[in-house]
Design a protein around this ligand. Sequence first.
Ligand code: OXD
Length: 261
Amino acid sequence: SMATTDILLTWNLPTLNLDKVAPNLKWIHCIGAGVEHLLPMDWLPDEIILTNNTGVHKDKAGVSGLMAVLMLCNRIPSIVTNQRERHYEQLYGSPIAGSTIVIVGTGGLGGATAKMLEPHGPYIIGVNRQGQPVDGCNKVVTVDKLDEVLPLADILYLALPVTPETRELINQQRLNLLKPSCGIVNIGRQSATDYEAICEMLKTNKLAGALLDVFTPEPIASNSYLWNVPNLIITPHVLADDAEKYIPTTLDLFMCNLENF
Ligand code: OXD
């Protein structure tokens, strides 16, 4: 069917000699938000349009963002660690109100989380490339101001795609700027930060807890060092994907683009 198709709806595809394999192809819609598995895009002929699933994840990501922040405020990663060790200790949490949440990456995922958190009364600092305002954020700063806002964070929320600019943005040096009581969530991509450093900090109480949803590679190997890190909750790349609505919402977006096409 590749020999005759005009449009391809897919997550991945063999890209070799695409102009010969699919001479009529004009548009590829990728049903994921991240398209790093298609990089580098040197295989993509100029005349073919590539679109992604931007926007499809936002409702679920917002709810998951609220859940993740509530879990960290209520010390659930540490409570789960204690449970694994049959250790009963009353760890009390704090409300979201009054906490400072730094959201790095305010696109579909980070933006939806800011909106969802706002009614609960935190002070939200968004970080994006241009510093443009974001609904739900009390303040937005540009990436070059990261080092000024990281020490303020009670929760650091990472929602970054893979790009040359985001790679290792939150490196060991920047992680060291966080308070030991800070919790981290990563719903974007692993490449934005240093998981080995985060895990070491969790083990030595230099961070209070973490919820990591994205990994390179996925799935994580059964012998990965990640499984036994204290105060870490691992979720298997599920926080932004809605079991019931993902396909219908993807198709709505596709149909809308099909009309435009
Ligand atoms: C993603 C997705 O790109 O879940 O992470 O679609």
